[in-house]
Ligand binder design. Sequence first.
Ligand code: SF4
Ligand code: SF4
Length: 505
Amino acid sequence: MATQSSNPEVLPLEAAHFDLLRVPLIGGFLRWRHSRTILQVPLFLVAVVMILHGLLGPTLAPKNLASVLTWIHFRGALVLVLLCAGNFFCLACPFMLVRNAARRLFRPRFPWPRALRNKWISVALFVVILFTYELFSLWSSPWWTASLAIAYFVAVLFIDGLFKHASFCKFVCPIGQFNFIASTLSPLEVQVRDHGVCDRCRTKDCIRGRRQDRIEQAAPGTKSHATGNANGFVILQRGCELALFQPQKVGNMDCTFCLDCVHACPHDNVGVRSRLPGAELMVNPIRSGIGYFSRRKDIAALALVFTFGALVNAFGMVSPVYAVEAWLTRLLSLSHAAPVLGVIFATFLVVEPAILLGAAAWLTRALGGSTLRLVPLAVRYSYALVPLGFGMWLAHYGFHFLTGILTIVPVTQSALANLGVHLFGAPHWTWTGMPARFVQPMELGFLLLGFAGSLFISYQLAEEDCAPQPMRAFLPWAAVCLLIGLASVWLMFQPMEMRAMLMGG
Ligand code: SF4
Ligand code: SF4
């Protein structure tokens, strides 16, 4: 376990920040090198139970652990933890537990292809998951839900079995990208405590990993926790697999909160510290492992899919979606749901963002006098929409989570009863969760919070772009935020389909 730093230079800076790793018990636990495994094991066991129940249990979704836990509890808990703390799901990710175990047997040999070192694959997979979720009604099929989880385990093992470092997390995993972009709004960040200590640091173990010569390691009495090796040395503790060099890391993008850098830093100079949520979306420095946000069209696309995908996903659970689908079916003379859904997705994820961002960017040039061209302007302000998207995900998933939080009790009772174990009598099927009328004000609060966040970030960007008259550059983006915000409120207060009331539709 790492020890507390006695470096006096660290202390004054630390006083200004809350640091989770300095909190008694929690901090000590997180600094323990086995803490991640301890968090992963229960989630892995839950995943195994879910998969078994999904494949072998009842086919009715509200009575199956796979569908209830995935579409009600996991999604809701995920967004609430991201809002209140940070990317702690990636820290406890059960897929990485299996991957790490497999890597003790098979060492990956290949670097991830240079041409694929971007987010395009994961953005495409994000869209595919949203699409198949609607097309195949994943929420209503325990079997398909369990199969999706199995496919995830297989994909992780295949990709990280072939390719070095955390290729799956950084370039493929759509859940990870969701977490990365949402965690830009989290209040906690894994960050350096004192940059002066890093300036004087010679080893840079946080990125290289803590190493030991083979000869030294072979010496009698030497104790080692070595997990891998390379030419002439043994790696006692790996450094950041996501290629984030702590002194130059900015924000939470790409950070899995794995805490490898915390364990590797020999100066105890990395903390999990408080910061202003969303602050990283207002600035454009070069970021370790990422580069400039303003040049990353793939990350801007991720931000847009995150934002507009939140609306599409919510649209699928309200009654008007059926009227739109029926109208499109007649208009295009189609007989299958896939092309109809394809048109809806293309409209909301491609055409609508292109029109809104294109018009706002054009007005920013015309009114605000920005010298940036249209595409760089659209890329730059895409990040300002992330709070709106996050507000919508929170409102949607938070609703299902809070109104269905107790459903886990009767579903577990029922699953145990099928095994002959009767816990607390017959399943309490009347246990659901909070009444919807109490949750709706919270939903509105999440949407307003997201709207306010997007306005604030847009104004900060406009101030930087068009210093003399920022209001002129800001107004077009404020109008875009208003449109998305109004659409979100409209969606949230539409009558829901029964599927959404029964499950996490
Ligand atoms: S975080 Fe630690 S290992 Fe990394 S540069 Fe700073 S002091 Fe060195
Ligand atoms: S090692 Fe990298 S991904 Fe893990 S917590 Fe540190 S910066 Fe984040």
